[in-house]
Design a protein around this ligand. Structure first.
Ligand code: B16
Ligand code: MG
Length: 213
């Protein structure tokens, strides 16, 4: 284990909840009931891919211009939530884990599909915490494509099989597997069963537990 690559939304902080609330509001306007179960498919995938999933749930089709307008509308609500975020919202267990990895000489990276990741990191005072950050503005394909994790490993100068990914999304676990990396899932085995280890919260992870993978 030379590097650990952390997802942002739903792993370090509960922005996954804000994505869900904003998508649910948009879906309701379109006459679609977005359940928590269906929302699992939206986690980790890009904004436009998320919208397409919602439209397919309702059997709806829109022009590209209209889809852009809908995606912007959802994003404006999401941005309102994250503008209010404070460092206290970082999950318990994040700093002890990051510090333990640092002390052991393990690199730490952040890989988020979100185009808002820089703003979230800034509000949480985490902008200088990671050895490299790859976000949705820097990639062509979002998770489940492995591009984001391969780019993070490349930035660190570490081989994929020396990296462990920490993810809350099924698409993220699949992206890690396709990148040739081990994955730890934060959530439920029902969605994240492909991961080497699944825990319900990041506070359950330790340096030793990651190393033993
Ligand atoms: P944005 P992550 C992902 O972030 C979210 O899980 C996903 O729900 C969201 O659609 C995606 O970012 C794009 O976000 O609309 O802000 O660009 O989990 O990869 O940190
Ligand atoms: Mg996530």
């Amino acid at each position: 284990m030379k590097a650990v690559i952390f997802d942002l939304d739903g792993v370090l902080v509960d922005t996954a909840k804000y994505h869900y609330l904003a998508w649910k509001k948009l879906a309701a306007e379109l006459g679609v009931n977005l359940t928590e179960k269906e929302n699992e498919r939206l986690k980790g995938v890009s904004r436009m891919d998320s919208l397409k999933i919602i439209l397919s749930l309702g059997g709806l089709t829109f022009s590209e211009a209209e889809m852009n307008r809908l995606a912007d509308r959802k994003n404006s609500w999401f941005v309102e939530y994250i503008d209010q975020m404070k460092p206290e919202e970082i999950f318990d267990g994040v700093f002890p884990l990051l510090n333990a990895l640092r002390e052991a000489g393990v690199s730490i990276a952040l890989a988020s599909s979100s185009k808002n990741a820089a703003a979230v990191l800034k509000n949480l005072l985490l902008e200088n915490t990671f050895d490299t950050v790859v976000d949705g503005t820097m990639i062509k394909e979002s998770k489940p494509d492995p591009e984001i994790f391969l780019k993070a490993a490349d930035n660190l100068g570490v081989a994929p099989n020396e990296c462990i990914v920490v993810e809350d999304a099924e698409a993220g676990v699949e992206a890690a597997r396709r990148a040739g990396m081990k994955a730890v899932g934060i959530g439920h085995t029902e969605q994240l069963g492909e991961a080497e280890l699944v825990v319900d919260h990041i506070s359950k992870l330790s340096y030793n537990r990651l190393k033993s993978l």
